[in-house]
Write a protein that binds this ligand. Structure first.
Ligand code: SAH
Length: 335
């Protein structure tokens, strides 16, 4: 039975589905089916090797300043494994890194796990379905790029909450009475954050969260669906496109701070990458290259950093456990 039939039966039996339940079912099917990156959307690590390399530098710098402790490097939703492959190329050159660091990937999509396995062949990686099985014995350095935006949200407006029902024209939004102020929120994201923050506070370490989002005050309707680069209705063809929402960094920071973590940012991605040295890195990559290659590197640099492109829309939040050094890249906060 396909997902549309399953959801139709659920609605027939139990009534309209709350938006977060709809979104969770749609995204699980979407990511399980195939590798969507490059077809429906692209992400910073897929745009240029510079992105993962600079994050590798960010991780290495933090690990060195923390005194080179044994730790576990964790990535949430690693996609094609590109960010990690690029970061590990940098980290692998640091004396002692390979002996000190375990590698843990949190990923639910069988299709993407297969891609990640291939990409990270040679590295001793372990896979997890959720954060609950991550090892508890060592500090964690956690990376999440475009992970939280795929987690389920709820929306309430005008004393009603958004659900999805089934009518003559197919699946359709239905608003059902629900008391409370207008809001868009993600219990899923806050739950993952609470788990990670508790672990960081107990085990030590740091986290880097990068996503399309806002530092609070971001509106109450950011749900969107993209199919082959085009915006489509989030209620058509469940599982055919990914559903995302802007990440509320204020909400994530509140959860992290409550667990005792130091919060840095959010700052704009352009400024963050600038502080990590993306300018000189681009120049180094361009040196001695033919004009077409050099031009492509400049274009990728602009795509990642220019305010009209990803530079301002994407935000970066750094979290550090008590006793851990402040992470690099946040000197010019707030965004
Ligand atoms: N970080 C990658 C991929 C972003 S796409 C990049 O920047 O290119 C979102 C990723 O999160 C995919 O790998 C997807 O399979 C994964 N994902 C989505 N929902 C998830 C969930 N609930 N648990 C674990 N992984 C999830």
């Amino acid at each position: 039975m396909n997902l549309a039939d399953i959801l139709r039966q659920r609605i027939a039996a139990d009534g309209p589905l709350r938006l977060d339940h709809w979104m969770a079912a749609c995204n699980a099917a979407y990511y399980a089916a195939a590798d969507p990156l490059g077809r429906d959307f692209t992400t910073a690590p897929e745009i240029s090797q510079m992105f993962g390399e600079l994050i590798g530098g960010w991780i290495g710098d933090l690990w060195l300043r923390a005194g080179r402790p044994p730790l576990n490097l964790v990535e949430l939703g690693p996609g094609r494994g590109t960010l990690l492959a690029d970061a590990l190329r940098v980290l692998g050159r640091l004396p002692g890194w390979q002996a000190a660091a375990g590698l843990h990937l949190v990923e639910t999509s069988p299709a993407l796990i297969a891609v990640q396995r291939q990409r990270l062949a040679g590295w001793p990686a372990q896979w997890h379905q959720g954060t609950d099985t991550l090892p508890a014995d060592r500090p964690l350095i956690i990376i999440a790029n475009e992970f939280f935006d795929a987690l389920p949200i709820r929306q309430r407006r005008g004393g009603q909450e958004l659900h999805v029902g089934w009518g003559d024209a197919g699946f359709a939004p239905i608003w059902l009475p629900a008391a409370g102020p207008d809001a868009e929120w993600s219990e899923g994201s806050e739950g993952v954050m609470a788990d990670l923050a508790g672990r960081l506070a107990a085990q030590g370490g740091a986290a880097l969260i990068i996503d399309y989002g806002h530092a609070g005050g971001g509106g109450v309707d950011s749900l969107q669906a993209v199919h082959r680069g085009q915006r489509v209705s989030p209620f058509d063809h469940p599982g055919r496109h990914d559903l995302t929402a802007h990440v509320n960094f204020a909400a994530l920071s509140r959860v992290a701070a409550a667990a005792g973590l130091a919060c840095h940012g959010p700052v704009a991605q352009g400024g963050f990458l600038g502080q990590l040295g993306i300018g000189p890195r681009a120049e180094a990559l361009k040196r001695g290259r033919p004009p077409a290659t050099a031009g492509a590197i400049t274009a990728a640099l602009l795509r990642l950093t220019a305010p009209q492109q990803m530079g301002a829309l994407f935000q970066v939040l750094g979290l550090a456990a008590p006793g851990w050094p402040a992470p690099a890249g946040f000197a010019m906060e707030p965004a």
